[in-house]
Design a binder for this molecule. Sequence first.
Ligand code: PLP
Length: 401
Amino acid sequence: IYADVEKGPAIEVFALTEAFKNDTHPNKVNLSVGAYRTDTGVPWVLPVVRKTEISIASDVSSNHEYLPVTGLDTFTKAATELVLGADSPAIKENRAFGVQTISGTGALRVAADFLHTQLKRNVVYYSNPTWENHHKIFSDAGFTTLKSYRYWDQSKRQLDFKNMVADLNEAPPGAVIILHACAHNPTGIDPTQDQWKELATLMEKKKLFPLFDSAYQGFASGDPDRDAWAVRYFVQQGFELFTCQSFAKNFGLYCERAGNLTVVQQHGATKAAVHSQLTLLIRGQYSNPPAYGARIVSKVLNTPELRTEWMQCIQSMSSRIREMRTALRDKLVTLGTPGNWDHIVNQIGMFSYTGLNESQVRVLINEFHIYLLKTGRINMCGLNTGNIEYVAKAIHAAVTG
Ligand code: PLP
């Protein structure tokens, strides 16, 4: 009965990581996968996370009972406050709430299913380029019109705001618009505050539904409030919206799948019905979420001393990334690599959209054993003081060769 199943295409980022693992070259570098690495090139368990897991594990009163379908209450409250701000009018007026999800991906999927089944939405717009899973999540959820809006100007290596606005102007009323809350993946370029304001005005006028994908809050700038500016601005303007939060990057909890879908409504009166439908959706998908990561995030965010330690951790990750941006740009300038490389330092977050083309990427992979996506996106965290010289020289060779 399985004979007619066709083999699906490989998922690029996982295929590259596999190829990297199998590569025996001593200077190999993995710049593809979206996970933090220390300056010695290894994954980092945030010290505050390690300390918290030890304290949770040694609490003999804890157990492994099921969580409620919509997750751990102390976690969803803390996550909702983290993104909207504890003093958000939407929280104070009981117009906002969160449900726990299987990390950011799960939040997007639950959001997409709810929008499709309950609000009958079929049209979604995402940026071009975007995180490659947006298309699949919304198409699997049943959306029939999946369109992109222009976002990246390849020649200037900056935001193509004029065309972004032009494309969103064409979207039909009710269309779901996926916006990256901060640290746009893959370009690392966000709208300015004035541009966000213009987008809000346009989306209000055209009755478009904002869905913020927030996978890098705090990780991007080291300041969670700053990284949530756009979401909070839209809430202030009175939008009803969704925010899909991931705690993979900012807590280093990649495999623990801690996420939150924040729902902002105009009136608290709709909460009971919306919450009940989200509960039923989750019940049918996976019944209830895992507790481990959510317990850690909840304890850290709800304990002032631990929260301060966490802030120090995100500052240390984001500043290491900024140092690598400057170091890479400076090395390319010193080598005299043709082109302007300032975009590397102007971008924010985990990734840099280098502007390298597919054939240059092939040279880096095949000749230098440096693994990156074919779009030229690199994970800045894969760079460190030990490999940056090698990578810069390889980019120089790929560009000039
Ligand atoms: N959204 C964006 C833009 C991302 O970059 C990612 C992860 O790379 C996610 C969502 C989902 O992450 P996760 O499901 O691991 O929380």
